[in-house]
Design a protein around this ligand. Structure first.
Ligand code: F6P
Length: 471
């Protein structure tokens, strides 16, 4: 694709890389690596390491093809207050509608803001006003306004990978007004779904006295910002190729051998309370209770790599899940059948593609999720002549596009069990039809498409737009 490019693409996100396909990368990295590989530019963020204050003046830069990845360290105190504290004890549960898990603490609020400032100050000398600066996710809400304060006048975009909660929930955040106000420094703000965008716009209107303007623009206190929807996608062709690679083939075969003719159900999620893992296991238990023909005939494999495992909420969830899986296995297992297997081991993306291909059913049942790219990867990995069935939560962003999945309310155990039964018994023709419809969506709304749509909109945005003084 030819693209009119004035300046470089400068991406800012908490985690930087990998740029290769092999890694155990999360959704954000997958989408961005693809974009940067095609356009080149700078990827700036945290090194993943801590060091003592005063010694972290050095940036680390690695160059891959046309992309430089530049990272800086944090201090232990910053890691605690910024990442463990404000980002993952306050914002993450808040934006996933979990007020019961939210912890607010003024120290971590302070550290979060100062890390945003420090990253902006370190980025400022690396950019010119001709660049396109694209900031990602809930770690860096304030970074745009900080970068403006450092003098940056070029185009400045922000994309939120996770949900934006309804104003009713969002208002529970001390300093909610400050945070959203600072977001107005961005020229373009992207959301995963219409619902997320609506929540943000409603906050601006009802809490900050803003107004809607034609197009996707809103005006707040004289400042004009565009807020639009850009659902993130995957490199569908690349992932479909992974699914027929030798490494995928090995994993597919291994899983089929282990299943010995039983139908395989899989789930793949970071071990996170937003993913609905406990509810998913209860749904599987209900399947075995209410549709007992499945006993001895289905295997459930949950791959759940550990994430943020220093935090209490994640430690508690892990213990709960392991207890539940143990109880369920104890209750239903026979000498030659163990119904549930949970693994915290991560797999390469090629191996995962093979695992998806061996599965008759994939459960993507988060209680809240920005998009969920597992759903899209599962679809891309299937053999179209004998595809598996996707069970998808109504609360995943992916639901807006993947309406041909079996859509469930993950809290409704009976509904989940019925969907499982339907998926396990679905005739081939219906599986093919549903898969074909979803495949078109996944191959159309790719990571490349997401990136180009966002950047095209950002290129045509007017930096720091304001209403004329007499308007
Ligand atoms: O997409 C949401 C996200 O929080 C990314 O920002 C993040 O890199 C990924 O999930 C994994 O979480 P973490 O970086 O905290 O391990």
């Amino acid at each position: 694709m030819t693209h009119h490019q004035k300046g470089r693409l400068v991406v800012v996100s908490n985690r930087v890389g990998p740029l290769t396909d092999e890694g155990k990368a999360g959704g954000l990295a997958v989408g961005l690596a693809d974009a940067l590989k095609r356009r080149g530019g700078l990827w700036f963020g945290w090194s993943g390491e801590t060091s003592e204050e005063g010694t972290f003046s050095e940036e680390k830069t690695e160059v891959f093809g046309g992309t430089a990845m530049t990272t800086i360290d944090m201090t232990e105190e910053e890691l605690e207050g910024f990442y463990h504290g404000y980002a993952n004890r306050s914002l993450w549960p808040l934006l996933h509608y979990r007020l019961d898990l939210v912890q607010f603490d003024r120290q971590s609020d302070r550290v979060y803001r100062s890390v945003n400032q420090r990253f902006a100050a370190r980025l400022a000398p690396l950019v010119t006003d001709d660049d396109l600066v694209w900031v990602h996710d809930y770690h860096f809400f304030y970074l745009g306004s900080d970068l403006r304060r450092c003098g940056y006048k070029g185009r400045l975009g922000f994309f939120l990978h996770i949900p934006f909660a309804s104003p009713e929930i969002f208002m529970a955040l001390p300093g909610a007004h400050d945070l959203v106000h600072s977001m107005l420094a961005y020229d373009l703000i992207g959301f995963q779904t219409r619902q997320d965008r609506r929540n943000f716009v409603n906050f601006c209107i009802h809490e900050l006295g803003g107004h809607k303007l034609p197009g996707d623009r809103i005006e707040v206190g004289g400042r004009i910002v565009q807020a639009s929807v850009f659902p993130i996608g995957i490199d569908a062709e690349g992932f479909a190729r992974f699914a027929v690679s030798p490494e995928a083939g090995e994993h597919e075969e291994m899983l089929r051998d282990l299943a010995r003719g039983r139908l395989q159900i899989v789930g793949v999620d970071r071990l996170d309370y937003s993913k609905g893992l406990v509810e998913r296991l209860l749904g599987f238990e209900r399947l075995l209770e209410d549709f007992p023909d499945n006993r001895g005939g289905v295997n459930f494999l949950q791959i759940a790599p550990l994430s943020r495992s220093e935090l209490d909420a994640y430690i508690d969830l892990r213990a709960e899940l392991e207890g539940l899986a143990g109880r369920l296995n104890g209750r239903f297992a026979t000498l030659d059948w163990t119904p549930i297997q949970i693994m915290t081991t991560g797999f390469t993306r090629r191996a995962l593609a093979g695992i998806y291909r061996a599965a008759r059913v994939c459960m993507v049942t988060p209680l809240r999720d920005g998009m969920n790219l597992v759903a899209k990867e599962f679809v891309a990995a299937q053999d179209p002549t004998d595809p598996g069935v996707l069970i998808l939560s109504r609360f995943a962003g992916a639901r807006a596009e993947l309406m041909d999945a079996l859509i469930v309310n993950p809290y409704a155990t009976d509904e989940v069990a019925r969907a499982l039964q339907r998926a396990l018994t679905m005739p081939l023709a219906e599986r093919q039809e549903r898969h074909q419809a979803m495949r078109e969506k996944v191959f159309h709304g790719t990571a490349a498409h997401w990136c180009e749509s966002f950047l095209t909109a950002l290129e045509s945005a007017e930096p720091e737009a304001r209403l004329p003084a007499d308007a």
